[in-house]
Design a protein. Structure first.
Length: 123
């Protein structure tokens, strides 16, 4: 299992990484990127089973990253969970239309992330 964690906040990447480890994954099973540009570079270099991305980031935001991923063949089916402070109905609809598989509003609990990961990985 390979997970890509994308968030401009180092603290948030650590929190998500710690939750992923609590859920039984090893630190070797995830990579981190601080924005969509770095995430795209990692995606071009390798395979990921799931992508966890923030929305608000510099250079290329999460919505732009999702749109780029869904516009190309290599990661067309890779599950994407957006983890963001953007909790409005309009934002959720925009993210779902762009191609995210699930949506988590910050702050979140380990149980919520586990539930969403299970939902996209057990399809």
């Amino acid at each position: 299992m390979k997970i890509l964690i994308v968030d401009d906040s180092l603290t948030m990447r650590r929190i998500i990484g710690n939750v992923v480890v609590q859920l039984g994954f090893s630190k070797d099973e995830f990579d981190e990127a601080e924005d969509g540009v770095k995430a795209w570079t990692l995606l071009e270099q390798g395979h990921y089973d799931v992508i966890l991305t923030d929305w608000n980031m510099p250079n290329m935001n999460g919505l732009e990253l999702v749109q780029k991923i869904r516009a190309t063949g290599a990661h067309l089916k890779t599950p994407i969970i957006m983890i963001t402070t953007e909790g409005g109905k309009g934002e959720v609809i925009s993210a779902l239309k762009a191609g995210v598989n699930n949506y988590i509003v910050k702050p979140f609990s380990a149980e919520v992330l586990k539930e969403k990961l299970d939902g996209v990985l057990n399809k």
